[in-house]
Ligand binder design. Structure first.
Ligand code: SF4
Length: 482
């Protein structure tokens, strides 16, 4: 394994990721910043859309279950800790069913669903009856594709038998995938992030139980650079996961968080628990090399699967299929007349329940992307597939081509005979490359909003990425010179 570590170090040195002042955002250890290249809805003021949607072919469904048994310190997802009173979950499930019905009414005909994902929060908190109600509503309001993939997240538990009834109901789906996250094998790190009862032992018990009960594939995520993480703990986690045949897909992302997340306080007080940016890069590169060595295929980015696995939901995301997001804080994007409507639901669970009771779509913010924003979003996502693709007619735009040429000169992407693909250096800075490729008007909107930082701080819900305004200004200057 030493050779792989050595190769990872050599690669990172060769990529020269520290190159400054070239307009590509620079990562910074202090913030572990969380950025996004999808134009954030925070900068649009439009109210909930009331329009009907256009009929689409490739539609995926995401259901957000925002209740958790534990709260992990790295997590910036929309969730609350569920106490002993489960009654809020039943009310929430009724709201989900109402929201599904609204979408049924807004499409001109029943839509066929290619994949369904229950995420959260912790979907395995649902009772079998609640899950059954949601699945029955999906069957009632949509057509389920014959090859529909169903992804369902389970929390690792010392007594996984408690999931027997849920698994029984889910078992009706042919392509059932259980998502059980581990994050790391190290008990010490798990304790530091609030997952002391979700140890590797509990993880193993849970995936063994799921496998024995007919869950065909297991997807597991891990995070690189958690407090007290090290090369040793990453290697040991990867070895354990790769050798477990039940685990079909492993995803691994470097730790990123916002100043509002609990981990930020730990970073301020115990910097020594956190790795340098260089070390996190080497570890991420090691993961890529290690997975390849163990015959896993990476596609899309940071998503490693055994050879025969088809990831319908994940690939749909990168192919810009439509996504109906349902639940508090869920995000969705659906074709509109000219490009694509994006929306996010209200994250507050009481607001969410109340608006569905009042027969309103619970959308908090929504916008139609401009044509330019939409084609750039598609371009960035295509790069994330890691495959070579033809630069289509709609991308033959002088500004975009100039920017692609610039990225090619810096070795982030390869441009060759009208085709394009992300290079290994670009893979290590994919989100940053995507941010660089964002539409200038979108960046300007974010910047003008950031002038009112106080408004952002007083915002009830911190669901949005934070941007470094100096870096955004730097991007605009660089683009202006191209
Ligand atoms: S990581 Fe999962 S279990 Fe932990 S707080 Fe976030 S949603 Fe809940």
């Amino acid at each position: 394994m030493d050779e792989i570590w050595k190769l990872a170090e050599d690669n990172i040195s060769e990529y020269n990721l520290d190159l400054k002042n070239n307009g590509i955002p620079i990562r910074n250890r202090e913030e572990h910043y969380l950025i996004s290249f999808i134009p954030p809805l925070l900068v649009w003021d439009e109210k909930a859309t009331k329009k009907n949607f256009y009929c689409v072919n490739n539609v995926h469904l995401y259901l957000h279950i925002p209740f958790c048994e534990i709260i992990c310190s790295f997590c910036h997802l929309n969730k609350i800790k569920l106490g002993s009173d489960h009654s809020i979950v039943s009310l929430y499930v009724d709201s989900i069913i109402r929201e599904l019905k609204y979408y049924f009414e807004r499409f001109p005909q029943r839509v066929t669903i290619k994949s369904i994902q229950f995420g959260g929060g912790t979907p395995s908190i649902l009772s079998a009856r609640e899950l059954d109600k949601i699945l029955s509503a999906i069957h009632k309001y949509f057509i389920i594709d014959n090859d529909c993939e169903l992804k369902f997240e389970f929390l690792a538990d010392t007594n996984p038998n408690k999931y027997a009834d849920i698994v029984n109901i889910l078992g009706d789906f042919g392509k059932l995938k259980g998502v059980v996250d581990l994050q790391t094998k190290s008990s010490e790190i798990l304790k530091k992030i609030g997952r002391k009862k979700q140890t590797y032992n509990e993880y193993l018990k849970t995936i063994d139980f799921l496998k024995e009960n007919g869950v065909g594939e297991i997807i597991t995520s891990l995070i690189i650079g958690l407090p007290k993480d090290s090369r040793g703990s990453l290697e040991s986690t990867l070895r354990a996961l790769a050798s477990h045949e039940s685990v079909s897909t492993i995803t691994g992302y470097p730790l990123m968080f916002k100043s509002s997340d609990p981990l930020f306080r730990l970073l301020k007080n115990n910097k020594e628990y956190f790795l340098s940016e260089y070390e996190r890069d080497v570890m991420e590169e090691f993961m890529t090399l290690f997975m390849k060595e163990h015959n896993f295929i990476e596609s899309p980015i940071n998503f490693f699967s055994r050879t025969n696995i088809d990831n319908i939901q994940q690939n749909g995301k990168y192919n810009s299929d439509a996504l109906i997001g349902v639940g508090a804080g869920a995000f969705g994007y659906i074709p509109s007349k000219k490009s694509q409507s994006q929306y996010i639901n209200t994250p507050n669970i009481s607001h969410y329940i109340n608006s569905t009771k009042m027969n309103q779509l619970p959308i908090w913010k929504s916008t139609d992307l401009s044509l330019s924003e939409f084609k750039r979003k598609k371009l960035i996502l295509k790069l994330g597939t890691l495959e070579s693709f033809e630069i289509s007619q709609e991308l033959q735009d002088k500004t975009i081509l100039n920017e692609l040429n610039y990225l090619s000169k810096l070795d982030y992407i390869l441009l060759y005979k009208g085709r394009c693909r992300l290079l290994p250096k670009g893979r290590r800075r994919y989100t940053e490359v995507g941010t660089f490729l964002m539409d200038s008007l979108s960046i300007n909107k974010i910047l003008s909003y950031s002038e009112h930082q106080k408004m952002i701080r007083s915002c009830d819900f911190d669901l949005f990425p934070s941007y470094d305004t100096n870096q955004l200004k730097n991007i605009l200057q660089t683009k202006a010179y191209l």
